[in-house]
Write a protein that binds this ligand. Sequence first.
Ligand code: SF4
Length: 372
Amino acid sequence: MTDLKLQQEVREELVRRGFEIVRFARPPLGAAARERFAEWLAKGFQGSMGYLERRRAERLYPESLLGDLRGVIVLGHPYDCGLPNTEAPEAGNVSRYAWGRDYHEVLGEKLRDFQAWLRGRRPEVSCYAGVDAAPILEKAWAERAGLGWLGKHTNIIHPERGSYFFLAVLLTNLEWIPDAPEADRCGTCTRCIEVCPTRAIVAPYQLDARLCISYLTIELKGPIPRELRPLIGNRIFGCDDCQEVCPWNRFSRPTEEGSFYPREGVRNQPLVSFLALDEAGFRERFAGSAILRAKRRGFLRNVCVAIGNSRSPELAEALVPALSDAEPLVRGHAAWAYARLLGAAARPALERSLATESDPWVTEELTAARAG
Ligand code: SF4
């Protein structure tokens, strides 16, 4: 039995806590959403994100996460600060969602506090909360709850807030009056598809994550395919291109959550400034930031690629220590970048590296870089 008064209080309480978009849905997830996810997996578009496949049943049937599931609260928390990202090729472009504190931590704390508040009103409530890392199909629930529509770039768009917000889902054993779904308002627009540097939106509403720069710079743990590296430009952690061109983001308003404003040393920083980071320095600089997720070796891999794309040969000297980094992943991408900046002039240093290299993958990279 739905408690309308409680539902209104819940809505107001969540808005007060910064979840500016609050919608409700009833389980189960629709068959169409389940089929779409299964088809996406069947095409292999998830790349190396094997965890999506492994916990597939929980994503499709959230009743397995909360036995007495009766109602779902779907939340949008804006993170846009209204500040521009860098266009300078010698500075690092970090996706705007990662400029501030790690959203998993910020939203996780908020949801824990909210659940304590809810238990104060309904001691019998049980919940399962998900912020990105949980096996929940957040976008499918967001569509079902009318939080927005799935844009052709596969992000959820709210008609009055755009798409710069985090999604969170709260499965509950309480019933809620569901909100109506939102109509798709992309119309004939194809801007996101056209702007994507790697053509990762292979068809409207279909993202091949294996090509997406967010996947390549964050999720992918190994080498970035050589043919994709030049297309990554100066993006060192994620990519906002498809959202930046979306006309609905003209409605985006700066968030009031101070945690998501840029912290020191992340936004628009000189690329070469990251090369000096050892393990301890990396962990210290990005403590509490989502960037930690890439690990030092993944992040420096991205930085090397971006330096290689800078077209500034004067940055090549800064790559020399990275050619002998302890991490093969860093050495291999540094070799690629060094050769890209210097051409034939890179050969002597690459020859020296080849003479002492024992890792087969780095040897292959060095050989390819030397051949130009
Ligand atoms: S850029 Fe255009 S097509 Fe892409 S999500 Fe936005 S409105 Fe839809």
